[in-house]
Design a protein around this ligand. Structure first.
Ligand code: C2E
Ligand code: CA
Ligand code: CA
Length: 732
């Protein structure tokens, strides 16, 4: 045996867990993405700030270089456009020239090279760092010096005869300027061939670069080395555009600095956002879990029966389907035991619903212990229970379990101060390796249970395929019966009822007969239950009553008994229908007895009493039929005011056994008579029985001895011939 597939519970938890994991994962991805976005944005901002700063450094550096060159230009202009110079240079005053130009190259920040040349580029004086030099300009300067020279010397009227630019020298890079020596006013009396030019050079060495860096606040400003690949630099070009040197500096990277400053804050903010989301998620999943728990509780409630605490019908079907599915994999057989209680309704009606509820709880608890933890147990109807179990040796398991259950119901139930005896019938259906679906199992076990009921109480019946055929046959029967009733093909026969002393016919009992077309006669024991369970009995019963009342006109001295099923009683208009039959047929109600079994009186005492009262108002008599066959109690006779009691043939036939049976019969009849209720005995087959019954106190007899149920014509012959029924002669 096996419990409800645990796999289902596990997969549910797994599903929930994986949902939580994927949510966490998505959440983590979002956080990572947001982090990346923010850091990238910050990085870009930093980069932009860096580039902006470098751009500014580049401009400052270019400016510094420009200024360096302009300073030289200004100095050159001072020294060349100078009235003294125009006088002394052109006068050839060498002492003046050396004193004012050559010597000035020593320790000067303004220029460190000074030359005087004539128009034909002949060097008249050349000084560097305070001393005359031996180098020739061609060797010392690059060729751009001559471009500057030409520019300065070829300047026409209106333009300044000066030219400045960077030039590469033997010592490095220098700002170099060439200017015509002239009066401050620009005037010059010299012819072109006699002109003198002043050339200044101002070297840009590392010391000066360092100073520039300090002055302009450009950190690490320097000449680029061979391996220097700094992205930011400024080139120093000569007038030909040739790059002479490159200046680089240390980027300050203000963006990076800012970035470093804000990064911890950003991380902090991100962490807080993450934390917030985590909390949100945690509380969300908490709510989710609670919702799920609520949902599970609701589902559990919807699946369980409140009274017994067991699964209800819906819960059982779900669990059964799961069990069948699982047994397919585990190669086990599934059995379904369907239980229907006998006598529960009686307890409920007799003792009230409180007691009925207690009984159901008691049964549920008892079954639970018998069935154990591993099988599925459910209450699937008012007094119906179902048990499903899976096992490899299912036959043995079912046999043991059903034996135990029947044994359990064999004992009376004690409910408070009351004791109730109830029974059960068990229908069993088996699904070998889960091949039969849960739904089909229910259908089969239900059918088996009905068979068990039909064949007696306290039985276990296994489903057989023939049951389907029987059910099918029953369905066909029902269809045919319906047609027969509609076409009035059902006949009514009459069985004589005789005076117990004279054995003369005093009445008849109307009995229904059905000759099924193509099949032959069908016993009322078969078609009456079908008519009862399908509701056809209303039509059928009234038809028999109608036909019998019509026929009764033939026998003015006879009484008529007609059978009424409990089902007809449930129709609230039943008494109205009966009255209408009497009216239409003109039958005298006082000659008519309606026979009923006690079933309905037990089930619905109040309504039965009311219905009986209405009928009795019509003037008909009521007989309690089949007394002694069921739970008959003399108490009913008095309680409901029956006019007659009919002793069942089983009781009559038991007379042969003598002893106890005779005592019982005598006691029963005596009791009825003491209540002044006359008694009819039915099923009388022998003279001995007839005599015994008369002696006991029965005033009317009925049975094959006096006549089988027969056609109205046959009754007619007996009636008209005034002969004794059953071929008897004389008086008893
Ligand atoms: P019941 O009302 O107890 O009817 C008496 C039954 O006992 C009849 O069976 C009758 O044929 C049988 N019987 C009579 N004398 C003897 C005898 O000496 N020995 C034996 N062994 N049996 C005897 P039947 O006609 O087969 O009817 C069976 C049952 O069907 C009836 O039992 C009654 O409950 C029901 N039934 C028949 N006709 C109607 C009807 O029109 N309406 C209703 N509601 N039920 C009917
Ligand atoms: Ca009867
Ligand atoms: Ca009877």
């Amino acid at each position: 045996m096996r419990l409800l597939p645990s796999r289902f519970r596990r997969s549910a938890t797994l599903g929930r867990r994986s949902a939580v994991t994927s949510m966490l994962l998505a959440f983590a991805v979002v956080v990572v993405l947001v982090t990346i976005f923010i850091l990238t944005a910050l990085d870009r901002m930093a980069d932009y700030a860096n580039r902006l700063d470098d751009e500014r450094s580049r401009e400052t550096t270019s400016g510094a270089i420009q200024t360096f060159q302009e300073q030289l230009h200004a100095t050159l202009n001072d020294y060349a456009a100078w009235d003294d110079a125009a006088q002394f240079v052109y006068a050839g005053d060498n002492a003046w020239i050396v004193g004012n130009y050559g010597d000035m190259t020593a320790n000067s920040d303004l220029f460190d090279v000074a030359l005087i040349m004539d128009t034909n580029r002949n060097v008249l004086m050349a000084y560097q760092d305070g001393a005359p030099v031996t180098w020739s300009p061609q060797n010392f300067f690059d060729s751009s010096i001559w471009t500057l020279f030409d520019k300065a010397s070829s300047a026409g009227a209106g333009t300044v005869p000066e030219a400045v630019g960077f030039v590469e020298t033997k010592n490095g890079v220098a700002a170099v300027g060439v200017a015509l020596i002239r009066q401050k006013s620009g005037e010059l009396a010299q012819p072109v061939e006699g002109r003198r030019f002043l050339i200044f050079g101002r070297h840009l060495d590392e010391k000066k670069i360092l100073k520039l860096g300090e002055t302009y606040v450009i950190g690490g400003l320097r000449f680029a080395g061979a391996g220097d690949t700094a992205p930011n630099m400024v080139e120093i070009r000569n007038i030909h555009g040739k790059a002479l040197q490159r200046l680089v500096w240390n980027s300050r990277m203000p963006g990076n600095a800012a970035y470093l400053q804000v990064r911890p804050l950003v991380y902090c903010a991100l962490a807080m956002v993450g934390l917030f989301f985590l909390l949100l998620f945690a509380s969300g999943s908490n709510t989710l879990n609670r919702l799920k728990a609520d949902e599970a509780a609701a589902r559990h409630l919807a699946m369980s029966d409140r009274l017994s605490g067991l699964l209800n019908r819906a819960g059982f079907f779900a669990a059964l389907d799961a069990l069948v599915l699982q047994s397919r994999r585990s190669n086990e057989d599934v059995a379904l035991l369907y239980l229907d209680l006998d006598g529960f309704k009686e307890v409920n009606d007799a003792y009230g619903h409180g007691t009925g509820d207690k009984l159901i709880r008691g049964v549920a608890a008892g079954l639970k212990t018998l069935v154990g933890e591993t099988a599925i147990l459910a209450r699937v109807g008012g007094d119906e229970f179902a048990i499903a179990l899976a096992a490899t040796d299912i036959g043995r398991a079912v046999e043991t379990l059903s034996d135990h259950i029947l044994g359990f119901f064999g004992e009376p139930f004690v409910i408070g101060e009351r004791v109730a005896t109830i029974g059960t019938c068990i229908g069993v259906a088996i699904s070998p390796r889960g091949k039969v679906s849960g739904e089909e199992l229910v259908r089969r076990s239900d059918m088996a249970m009905y068979h068990a009921k039909e064949t007696g109480r306290g039985r276990t019946e296994y489903y057989r395929p023939e049951m389907d055929a029987e059910r099918e046959e029953r369905n066909m029967l029902e269809i045919d019966l319906r047609i027969a009733i509609e076409r009035r093909e059902v006949d009514v026969v009459y069985q004589p009822v005789v005076d117990a002393r004279t054995w003369r016919i005093i009445g008849v009992e109307a009995l229904a007969r059905w000759h099924r077309t193509g099949y032959g006669p069908v016993s009322p024991e078969v078609f009456i239950p079908i008519a009862e369970s399908t509701g056809l009995i209303d039509q059928l019963g009234l038809f028999v009553l109608h036909r019998a009342c019509e026929t009764l006109a033939l026998w003015p001295e006879l009484k008529l008994a007609v059978n009424i099923s409990p089902g007809q009683f449930r129709d609230p208009a039943f008494a109205v229908h009966v009255a209408s039959v009497f009216r239409k047929t003109g039958a005298d109600p006082s000659r008519i007895t309606l026979e009923m079994t006690e079933g309905y009186f037990i089930q619905n005492p109040e309504r039965a009493r009311a219905a009986l009262a209405k009928l009795k108002q019509l003037g008909v008599k009521i007989a309690l039929d089949d007394f002694g066959a069921g739970f008959s109690s003399v108490g009913y006779l008095r309680q409901f005011g029956f006019d007659r009691m009919k002793i069942d043939k089983s009781l009559v036939h038991a007379l042969e056994e003598g002893g106890r049976a005779i005592d019982l019969l005598q006691a029963t009849v005596a009791l009825a008579r003491s209540l002044e209720i006359p008694v009819t005995a039915e099923g009388v087959e022998t003279e001995a029985q007839a005599i015994q019954l008369r002696l006991t106190g029965c005033d009317e007899l009925q049975g094959f001895m006096f006549g089988k149920p027969m056609s109205s014509q046959e009754i007619d012959i007996i009636y008209r011939g005034n002969r004794l029924p059953g071929g008897m002669s004389g008086t008893a």
